[in-house]
Ligand binder design. Structure first.
Ligand code: SF4
Length: 201
């Protein structure tokens, strides 16, 4: 990474000065959606369900069968949220890219149907602070050996290549994406206040 001054960011990114990342899709084949199973918020499930007819024609044949016969969500849970279904080893919404992303982009907002967990990738929330960090091999126990999370894979600063994801994370922090549901990542102060309110009830 070069020693150029960092751009001003709307969120705190712990490793802003060192993280590198460069999404090379479609060259990589979209490996981050292989066995995707992202956790999905209740509001996100409701929005996808309400718009399902838009997505179905674009799905792989087997994935469409899974979605129409069994639904696009499973009973498996991650962080207390239900996880998306998989067909032939890939997220049911993967078909040469994310169908939720492509339909949203055509309507002017690539993240409007995508679970926030996918829309922020590879950003993740830091547990005890108001910040975020860019996932990188071994950082904070990162176990996923996805090649693009290898900091040596690219020299491009993540804060330059991930502007859209960073802006989206700022929307999450500001509450503008609250329709998604209760577990949307909140800055630590808000999480603490919400916990206090809940224990008072
Ligand atoms: S919802 Fe879209 S981005 Fe997320 S895992 Fe599925 S195909 Fe990939």
């Amino acid at each position: 990474m070069t020693s150029k001054a960092l751009p001003t960011l709307p969120i705190l990114v712990e490793n802003a000065a060192t993280a590198t990342f460069d999404c090379v899709y479609p060259t990589c084949g979209g490996k981050c959606c292989k066995q995707g199973r992202p956790p999905v918020e209740p509001g996100e499930i409701a929005r996808i369900e309400a718009n399902l007819a838009k997505f179905l024609p674009h799905l792989r044949e087997k994935a469409r069968k899974v979605v129409t016969e069994r639904g696009f969500m499973t009973r498996r849970e991650k962080h207390g949220l239900r996880m998306m279904a998989v067909s032939e080893g890939w997220c049911v919404f993967e078909n040469q890219g994310c169908v939720l992303h492509k339909v949203g982009a055509k309507e002017g907002d690539r993240f409007k149907y995508k679970p926030w967990a996918c829309a922020t990738f590879p950003l993740d929330r830091l547990e005890k602070t108001d910040g975020w960090y860019v996932r990188q091999w071994k950082l904070h126990g990162e176990a996923w050996d996805l090649f693009c999370l290898n900091p040596k894979e690219s020299k491009k600063p993540a804060v330059s290549t991930m502007q859209g994801e960073i802006e989206f994370a700022a929307r999450l922090d500001s509450g503008k994406e609250a329709w998604r549901g209760g577990d949307v990542p909140k800055p630590a102060k808000k999480r603490k206040a919400a916990k206090k309110r809940a224990t008072r009830k």
